[in-house]
Design a protein around this ligand. Sequence first.
Ligand code: NAD
Length: 360
Amino acid sequence: MNKKIAVIRGDGIGPEITEEALKVLNEICRKFGHSFEYTDVLMGGIAIDKAGTPLPQETIDICLNSDAVLLGAIGGPKWDSLPGNQRPEAGLLGLRGALKLFANIRPAKLLAPLASACPLKPEITSKGLDLVIVRELTGGVYFGERKTYIDENGAKTAVDSMKYSDYEIERICRTAFETARKRRCKVHSIDKANVLDSSRLWREIAHKTAELYPDVEYFDMLVDNCAMQLVRNPAQFDVIVTENMFGDILSDEASMLTGSLGMLPSASQGDGSFGLYEPIHGSAPDIAGLNQANPIATILSAAMMLRHSFDMPTEADAIERAVNTVLEKGYRTGDIMSEGEGLKLVSCSEMGGLICGEIR
Ligand code: NAD
């Protein structure tokens, strides 16, 4: 199969980790007879330096003309003093908007070889921790009306409003049910329907959507209970779907349960199969250029791209299996290194090479 991939290497460790993901994708091409055409595009700090803007129009055009986008990471102290709309992060928000990516998909899976990195007790994690959070990305309180003003009593007051329309809820719920169909067929919809009107509408639409997926088990859960259940019994969850701010908070909680930022991939999707794939961590300026970064989150993001955008589950499985095997053999980058016996510290490029070797 031929596919076009726009590649944003970005800033900090971005170029190093992206290079390893491309090595792995090339190995997949060799093994399975595919051909991927990569186009490098600028976004973030490097785009500010080279093109004077964090998101050049050419980048948007090339991404729109591709089958998927692979992103390393962007940002760094060099650009921290710029005004908000000229910072590297503005490039990412702008790109998500331009590509109409409304669903953020973040798996949180505790891999057996890294079980000791999980802060939960072994009797909890022994039941498994393998879930996906589907977060609404373009609505809710982060995009609602806001203002800061002096009220009639002279008090400084601020208000943010959480707004959702039925179609926004339905499309993200559909993404969750479709995701569940490719997994263990279970969806928990998270809201605050005991208090918020927007959550009551969320629940009404989630129920209607659930009727279209009778093969998927459906549950409602309040967000405060979900935050508690994630640490009490994470094995009960398969797919969690929720609005923007609840998802922001719950996905960070879930990622912490797996031990390391350097391990976790993510996808942002819109309608259809197109998506943007990136690790959940940032550009780690403290270790940039030292060949010490963990490339696994980016490599697993590439696996998500194969599964979701290219419908290549066998190829995605091959990458995920190779990562697991390399970890089982005791190879670790610095961020996931521990005292354990037989563990071997490797560099970013060695880790990429080992994963390629396992795929071969
Ligand atoms: P960070 O995720 O970059 O780093 C946090 C800590 O985790 C650092 O100690 C770093 O060395 C370590 N770390 C992160 N990824 C690692 C990896 N793959 N391997 C080994 N160690 C890793 O978060 P930060 O320090 O808060 O942010 C640094 C920059 O990244 C900021 O400019 C921030 O705005 C940006 N950022 C970008 C994205 C993105 O590109 N999507 C996301 C978050 C933060």
